[in-house]
Design a protein around this ligand. Structure first.
Ligand SMILES: *Cc1c(COP(=O)(O)O)cnc(C)c1O
Length: 455
């Protein structure tokens, strides 16, 4: 029965008890990570210096459903289940026959979906006897999420924050410090890698790749320290599936099922979390016409313009190589405000699905993204994160297309986070000073010539 609610809530007891692991259902098994130095596929042991055993197991697992520990569910209860909202005001404003739903992950204490994996990772590290977690953060959302999670499970937290964001978003740093973390602007003078970058370019704005290199160096130079990554890897994508699993139940209550699922894509975690539980239905033949759209910034279009190849996850080549769509690990994207989308590669899982045409990548430009963000704020009242606004942009485009075609489509997008720390970006847009950045052109990037050699 269709229910005319604005928001669809679930009970705490409806928080999923298992994550969905799409590795079980891929058209072909993933190409494994590659240990470039050893000249062979990476093994669980290769990861043991930086990750605890349970995380490695999940990373390599092909089990379809993996139990969520009670301690993690208890922590999720702080903000989960998150609401599913019907964007009725936006629909009216667009005068569209389309139904637009969004999952609001901005209600988490850290302000984004990142807490879904941060909580799980902190838990497994604590269980393995780890004392210190080091990580990188771009826009600051992952750093905030991990800082809070570490505090909850009694771990020390060290965050290398991309310098351009550190300067643009000082209050993200403050929030991490409130949660008890140590925060450094990256490139920093804390590590060899950071010092080297600074020596070459003292004005370096930093990048996620450099910050990852610094965090990994921190881990190998400290006792009982491990590393934690907020996106890209399989276990992170899996932890995020609580988003889509809840959304499925909520849409069922509303008597709906999406024709189109949309999420922005930085490394791929919120896209994975939102779309994978629906793609499960498509992969198992239960639904036919589901369209899953991953939205990237035109400044950093790895799925649309990159190559599918083995590449490093960080800029210095410390990590095992991953088979993914990449612009090259030394690619430095233009300084767009959606810091969480300025990453050179895309999750191997999402990359595999793009290769098999199960996911459609779309690129959008910064100013049209902020136009959509402001429209959303003025209709639905919620200030979206610049990253999330990429999904809003495409949801609006699809809703207008439905209007043109005179079809009632059901659209679901993920509001991955709120934009309360991004007001300087909004100032930039409203003052008319915002610039668009485009990827120079296909394959001009030097770094693609330096892909690691694999057999
Ligand atoms: C980090 C972040 C993203 C991008 O990362 P994914 O791993 O691709 O999800 C998107 N939105 C918000 C709010 C983020 O914090």
């Amino acid at each position: 029965m269709a229910v005319k609610s604005k928001k669809i809530f679930l009970d705490e007891k409806d928080i999923p008890r298992q994550w969905y692991n799409i590795q079980a259902d891929l058209p072909e098994p993933l190409d494994p990570p590659y240990n470039v130095q050893a000249g062979r596929p990476a093994t669980a042991e290769d990861f043991s210096a930086i990750f605890p055993p349970e995380i490695i197991k999940q990373e390599l697992s092909a089990e379809r459903f993996i139990d969520i520990p009670d301690e993690v569910i208890d922590a999720y209860k702080i903000w989960r289940p998150s609401p599913l909202v019907r964007a009725t005001n936006l629909e009216k404003f667009l005068d569209t026959p389309a139904k637009i739903y969004f999952k609001n992950e901005g209600v988490s204490p850290s302000g984004s979906h990142k807490s879904n994996s941060a909580i799980a990772q902190a838990y497994y590290n604590k269980k393995a006897g780890v004392k210190r977690l080091a990580t990188e953060t771009g826009a600051g959302q992952w750093g905030s999420a991990l800082s809070m999670a570490c505090q909850m499970f009694g771990l020390e937290c060290v965050v290398y924050m991309v310098k351009v964001s550190y300067e643009q978003k000082p209050y993200r740093k403050s929030l991490m410090q409130v949660y008890g973390a140590q925060v450094f602007a990256s490139p920093s003078n804390q590590t060899e890698v950071g010092r080297k970058v600074l020596a070459e370019n003292p004005n370096s704005e930093g990048s996620l790749g450099i910050a990852i290199s610094e965090a990994i160096e921190d881990v190998v130079t400290h006792k009982d320290a491990k590393y934690s990554l907020g996106s890209v890897l399989n276990h992170v994508a899996m932890h995020q599936t609580v988003i889509g699993l809840e959304a499925k139940k909520q849409l069922e209550i509303a008597g709906d099922y999406p024709d189109i699922v949309i999420a922005c894509l930085g490394g791929g975690s919120n896209f994975s979390g939102t779309a994978f539980p629906f793609l499960y239905d498509k992969l198992s033949g239960k639904v036919k016409n589901l369209k899953a759209i991953a939205v990237e910034p035109s400044a950093c279009p790895k799925l649309s313009k990159g190559v599918l190849a083995y590449d490093y996850g960080d800029s210095s080549g410390f990590t095992p190589a991953l088979k993914m769509y990449t612009l090259g690990h030394t690619f430095m994207p233009g300084g767009i405000h959606a810091g969480g989308l300025r990453y050179h590669g895309a999750s191997p899982l999402v990359s595999a699905l793009v290769k098999h045409n199960l996911v459609d990548p779309v690129t959008v430009r910064q100013k049209e993204v902020f136009e959509a963000a402001v429209t959303f704020a003025r209709t639905e009242g919620i200030l979206p994160a610049p990253e999330s606004a990429h999904a809003i942009r495409v949801a609006i485009t699809e809703a207008l297309k439905a209007k043109e075609e005179g079809k009632s489509k059901t659209i679901l997008f993920n509001l991955s986070g709120h934009g309360h720390f991004d007001l300087s970006a909004y100032d930039n847009y409203l003052s008319g000073k915002m610039q668009d950045y485009d990827y120079p052109s296909e394959l001009v990037c030097e770094s693609l010539k330096h892909l690691p050699k694999t057999k």
